[in-house]
Design a binder for this molecule. Structure first.
Ligand code: URP
Ligand code: ZN
Ligand code: ZN
Length: 462
């Protein structure tokens, strides 16, 4: 028998299909045995008695040290991945955003130079396409072969130079469909949105932060989701709706799936747990993210979508801005840096709210935050499950532990949390990344640079 470096003992192992008690033996970062009562033989032992053992969380949507809104998101690759580890997330996927006029590979290399020395858990990159020409088209294969089969296109953000128009989206869906890639879209209707922003900005003093939500009604997401789905249908391309925030979006995905269109969707804790009343509070501007937090009935429909399979993935869209950075708004809702922290609280929040309060099984939770992302994003079965041969990315999760969320106790560089004061029942006790303990009781204990860039496979599907 191979010599074990680490044994996770006495835990209740949870995969999408099974919940059972056994020990997990790890050697050189891989799971090599799952059995009853493994002998220690000098291996490091993590006692998981009374606890679940989940496959590590996978957050496929984070923006670490992102230059945006005239500032840079406050969690860099080091602290953002430390925060991930503390919250039971062992893989994150960030974005390499092409600069118009430059190649996608240049953006990827630049992002890797920033991330590789700093990351504390494994990470991947999506390639964001902002320019479409013959060179870009030819590059798609190269990027997929490099290990980045998932692309992102923003249907808004003209001013940032990130926006992709319908022609670009159509072309990219068509090209990636041949090569096993998929296109993630930030779906909002740019022209109507920009017109509404201008309209409400004329009376910005009257609206305050609530102007942000008034200028982004649900139909601006619905229309863009439906449009993107149409291009997926026409091209046969695989589409992924990122950070879906509306009930209408969930309905559109549901209908498209019934027609056999290859579309998948992600939602985030902020859309499931908050509603746009937050903008009326004294610090309403802190909650400005994009797309906007919607109404309680949208949250309900998204929860229903998670339950019935219309929505397959929970991710966070982590894009942290501190109160100081957010203060740049100075009463003008058009100047708020969009984004919030999230990666550190995703798994425990979804356990408390989904499993604890809404009757999701622990197996469904694992599907939504680990297995589905691993499969759709080309990382399965190395990631996203507990099986012999898989990476030993594990979360020993204490279902009884009570925690009150407070930014001051979190690893994130953010000095506020959208879930400040929320009561959690269930929290990660130990996080293990490729066989190394990287967090204990919410504190990072790993090594900077331990994380690796993940070369992912094409043709991801569920
Ligand atoms: O508000 C957000 N989500 N900021 C990051 C950029 C994006 O649209 O995902
Ligand atoms: Zn977005
Ligand atoms: Zn995002």
């Amino acid at each position: 028998m191979v010599e074990l470096d680490l044994i996770v003992k006495n835990g209740k192992i949870v995969t999408v299909s099974d919940t059972y008690s056994a020990d997990i033996g790890v050697s050189k970062g891989k799971i090599v045995t799952i059995a009853q009562s493994l002998p220690d033989n000098g291996a490091e032992v993590v006692d998981a008695k009374g606890k679940y053992v989940f496959p590590g969380g996978i957050d496929v949507h984070v923006h670490l040290q992102l230059p945006f809104s005239g500032t840079i998101s406050a969690d860099d690759f080091e602290n953002g991945t430390k925060a991930a580890a503390c919250g039971g997330v062992t893989t994150v996927i960030d974005f390499a955003i092409q600069t118009k006029g430059s190649s996608i590979m240049e953006a990827i290399e630049a992002r890797r130079a920033e991330a590789d020395p700093k990351v504390c858990v494994d990470y991947g990159l999506h390639a964001a396409i902002t320019d479409w020409n013959d060179k870009t088209q030819a590059e798609i294969k190269k990027v997929i072969d490099y290990g980045i089969p998932t692309f992102k296109m923003f249907m808004i953000y003209k001013n940032e130079g990130w926006m992709a128009d319908d022609g670009m989206l159509f072309n990219a869906l068509e090209e990636t469909s041949k090569l096993g890639g998929h296109i993630g879209v930030h779906a909002e209707s740019v022209d109507v949105l920009d017109m509404l922003i201008e309209r409400y900005a004329r009376e910005k003093e009257k609206w305050g932060a609530y102007g942000h939500t008034l200028s982004r009604p649900c139909y601006t997401e619905e229309e863009a989701v439906i449009r993107a789905i149409k291009w997926a249908e026409a091209t046969g391309g695989q589409l992924y709706i990122v950070h879906m925030s509306t009930g209408e979006g969930a309905d559109a995905v549901h209908q498209a799936k019934q027609k056999g269109i290859r579309v998948f969707a992600e939602t985030c804790p902020q859309y499931l747990l908050l509603d746009d009343e937050v903008f009326k509070g004294e610090n309403g501007h802190l909650y400005a993210t994009c797309p906007q937090i919607k109404k309680p009935h949208d949250s309900e429909r998204l929860w229903q979508g998670l339950m019935n399979g219309d929505v397959q993935i929970i991710a966070t869209d982590t894009c942290t801005f501190t109160t100081e950075q957010k203060a740049a708004w100075n009463g003008d809702f058009t100047k708020i840096p969009f984004g919030m922290p999230g990666v550190e609280t995703m798994v425990p929040l979804m356990f408390t709210e989904g499993v604890g309060k809404r009757g999701f099984t622990v197996n469904q939770l694992v599907a939504l935050v680990s297995t589905n992302p691993a499969k759709l994003f080309g990382m399965y079965p190395e990631k996203g499950t507990i099986a012999i041969g898989s990476d030993a990315d594990l979360v020993v999760f204490d279902p009884e532990k009570k925690v009150i969320i407070s930014a001051k106790n979190l690893q994130t560089n953010c000095d506020w949390s959208p879930f400040e004061g929320w009561k959690l029942v269930g929290y990660p006790a130990v996080t293990i990344s490729r066989g190394k303990v990287v967090a204990e009781d919410g504190k990072f204990v790993g090594e900077v640079g331990h994380g690796r860039f993940l070369k992912r496979k094409a043709f991801g599907k569920l």
